[in-house]
Design a protein around this ligand. Structure first.
Ligand SMILES: NC(=O)c1ccc[n+]([C@@H]2O[C@H](COP(=O)([O-])OP(=O)(O)OC[C@H]3O[C@@H](n4cnc5c(N)ncnc54)[C@H](OP(=O)(O)O)[C@@H]3O)[C@@H](O)[C@H]2O)c1
Ligand SMILES: [Zn+2]
Ligand SMILES: [Zn+2]
Length: 348
């Protein structure tokens, strides 16, 4: 066991503060990583504040991790000490169920182990995430970072990147299609970049008029202001696919008319019950509402290679760990362009 510094929430209402945690010893299959950067996902706020009612404290968030290998288990040959690696949203799964066998560990039928706040045999009884100096992770769940990707900008690819890449791939986004990305935050800005790189006509659908110019710079072909009913009406039946990243319960019905016949809106943001869904427009257009959770390990590695090829990283504001509570407040006001990343050198 080794002690490492972290920042943790001690309760749903307490600010994050320094906290010492223990990491397990490096087993034969394990990779020990010195964390250089960790992205700040809206999920970190949901979990720190117990929005989903399942948080265990102390809670150390962080699942957009970039770092360097500091020690390797005896059974590992494909990595070397000093190599840059990454860890995303989960660090374990059963590896034997039909989902795991299909490289869909995120849908493990026996529950994956999330990078933080999952029951674990590790010291403390729950996993602790990337707002810390080091982490020990089973090699299967460690990604390699292609050369040429800026490491700080690459951190958010591990959640925001894969969470948008996976559904765009699953619904086969390609040239000739029109895709709407709803919500220009951490996920949304990656969605715009990735959809554009996949060749689709990409429309940023936002509540924030002041983000329109940025959306175009990020790769949007058009911007649709969702609070403007006339503009929304003018885009009826235009979209093959909508990716909805809004983090709070909201009325889905306003977006369904935007879909073409056979179109799909995939929800990746808000988790849980929502306003009543009017099934009429679904039936009268064979439309679908779907959901998607991050992406499997194989697909995450593929996404990293895709991003290296297309020179895609996140637009980030690099912060010190002491600024994390203020960063959360700003994220709740949609005031970040477009992902905070913590420089873990700032944690002593
Ligand atoms: N499914 C998954 O696997 C997965 C993975 C990671 C995260 N998530 C979830 O995805 C959500 C988004 O995460 P994020 O990190 O991208 O959050 P974020 O950076 O805070 O961005 C969310 C964006 O949604 C829009 N928005 C916020 N409140 C809204 C409201 N009341 N009505 C309409 N639009 C609103 C805003 O965009 P505009 O200003 O452009 O309107 C905001 O920038 C979170 O709930 C997170 O937990 C899911
Ligand atoms: Zn996340
Ligand atoms: Zn499984």
């Amino acid at each position: 066991m080794s002690s490492t510094s972290s920042f943790a929430a001690q309760s749903a209402t307490s600010p994050l503060a320094p906290h010492q945690i223990d990491r397990r010893d490096v087993g034969p299959q394990d990779v020990q990583i010195a964390i250089e950067y960790c992205g700040v996902c809206h999920t970190d706020i949901h979990q720190a504040r117990n929005d989903w009612g399942a948080s265990n404290y102390p809670l150390v968030p962080g699942h957009e991790i970039i770092g360097k290998v500091t020690a390797l288990g005896s059974a590992i040959e494909h990595l070397k000490v000093g190599q840059r690696v990454a860890v995303g949203c989960f660090v374990g799964s059963c590896r034997t169920c039909s989902s795991c066998e299909a490289d869909l560990e995120q849908y493990c039928l026996n529950n994956f182990t999330a990078t933080y706040n999952s029951p674990s045999k590790d010291p403390g009884g729950f996993t602790y995430g990337g707002y810390s100096k080091s982490i020990v992770v089973d090699k299967h769940f460690v990604l390699t970072v292609p050369d040429g990707l800026d490491p700080a900008g690459a951190a958010p690819l591990l959640c925001a990147g894969i969470t948008t890449y996976s559904p765009l791939r699953h619904w086969d986004v390609k040239p000739g299609m029109t895709v709407g990305i709803i919500g220009l935050g951490g996920l949304g800005h990656m969605g715009v970049k990735l959809s554009h790189a996949m060749g689709a006509k990409t429309v940023m659908i936002t509540t924030s008029k002041n983000k329109a110019a940025d959306a175009m710079k990020l790769g949007a072909d058009e911007v649709l202001i969702s609070t403007d009913p006339i503009a929304m009406q003018s885009m009826t039946n235009q979209f093959d696919f909508l990716l909805n990243t809004i983090p709070v319960p909201h009325d889905f019905n306003q977006y369904i008319p935007l879909l073409k016949v056979d179109g799909t809106m995939c929800i990746v943001g808000s988790v849980g019950p929502t306003a009543e869904l009017n099934t009429g427009p679904l039936i009268f257009g064979r439309k679908s509402v779907a959901g998607s959770l991050v992406g499997g390990i194989k697909e995450t590695q593929e996404m990293l290679e895709f991003c290296a090829k297309h020179q895609i990283v996140s637009e980030i504001e690099l912060i010190k760990i002491e600024e994390i509570n203020h960063a959360y407040e700003r994220m709740l006001k949609s005031d970040v362009k477009y992902r905070f990343v913590i420089d873990m050198n700032s944690l002593i």
